[in-house]
Design a protein around this ligand. Structure first.
Ligand code: SF4
Length: 278
């Protein structure tokens, strides 16, 4: 890829253009408001990225928890032994699909052991009773936002517990602070609230963030949250409006900060010289 191709282009000239305003999603909103140039590289340029060990672990753990929730939902095998088999299958499959290249067999073995221990810890200490039947698992929901002059919102909710409690699973390297976790995940959870209300006609009873912490001794931190309040929904709608306006202006400027340490596009970003919309 040459330098010119790394500059933000008018949408009409972008490679493999997909309409960036076809729909809204929590991850698109969050990425855009973290750094517009990162959003551009991901969703317009669609620059391929490599999967880090931490991301792989997150994907595998998420897939096994999905299998666990689906098994409880459908009355299948949700036993610990069944989940350990699901873990083995998912580890192999995700390593192949993501084209993982390990520095050494020891590195893979260490990450695999850490992921499995974190999962075992969760299944032992989860507040969700084995016999509790979920209300929904990995449901894809769409909400029309035409009344707000916005594209539709799309999303997939990990789990809705009995009684309308929305659960989202996270893997992290350290224990989260409850207030900060609530703040940092507000866009995503407010999107889920809109989607849940659309799908059921009811208001969610609350939220739980389940952080699976991959420390040497794994931990589980559950952060409960109340239902979304009207002012939080108004904040979300304003964030959506700002997103749409920014894309319509093709306003893709970098926002350097702490988040750059985790950005996949640092090299491309350093080559950006202010090329923008016109
Ligand atoms: S390195 Fe930082 S400023 Fe550059 S695109 Fe990534 S997040 Fe944005």
């Amino acid at each position: 890829m040459n330098f010119t191709n790394l500059l933000p282009l008018p949408l009409s000239q972008a490679p493999d253009p997909k309409d960036p305003l076809e729909y809204l999603s929590a991850s698109r909103l969050k990425t855009f408001h973290t750094c517009r140039l990162q959003w551009y590289f991901r969703y317009i340029e669609q620059i391929p990225t490599t999967t880090s060990p931490a991301l792989l672990v997150g994907k595998v753990v998420h897939a096994v928890l999905q299998a666990w929730n689906l098994a409880r939902w459908r009355g299948g095998d949700s036993s610990r032994e069944g989940m350990e088999l699901a873990f083995a299958e998912n580890w192999t499959r995700h390593c192949e699909e993501e084209g993982m290249v390990w520095n050494s067999p020891e590195e893979e073995s260490k990450e695999r052991e850490s992921a499995l221990n974190t999962l075992r810890h969760y299944l032992t200490h989860t507040p969700i009773p084995q016999e509790e039947k979920p209300e929904a698992v990995e449901v894809r929901v769409e909400r029309d936002l035409d009344a707000h002059g916005l594209p539709p919102l799309l999303g997939i909710i990990d789990l809705v517990r009995a009684g309308g409690k929305i659960v989202d699973f996270k893997t992290s390297a350290r224990s989260p602070d409850a207030g900060m976790a609530t703040h940092q995940n507000e866009i995503q959870l407010a999107c889920y609230a809109l989607l849940y209300r659309e799908a059921t006609g009811a208001t969610e009873s609350g939220f739980e963030l389940h952080h699976l912490v991959k420390t040497k001794e794994p931990k589980l931190v559950v952060t409960p949250m109340a239902p979304m309040q009207p002012d939080q929904i108004r904040r979300l709608v304003r964030i959506m409006e700002s997103y749409v306006q920014g894309i319509e202006r093709e306003d893709y400027v970098p926002s350097p900060g702490l988040h750059c340490s985790y950005c996949d596009y640092y090299t491309q970003c350093r080559k950006w010289r202010g090329g923008t919309q016109s």
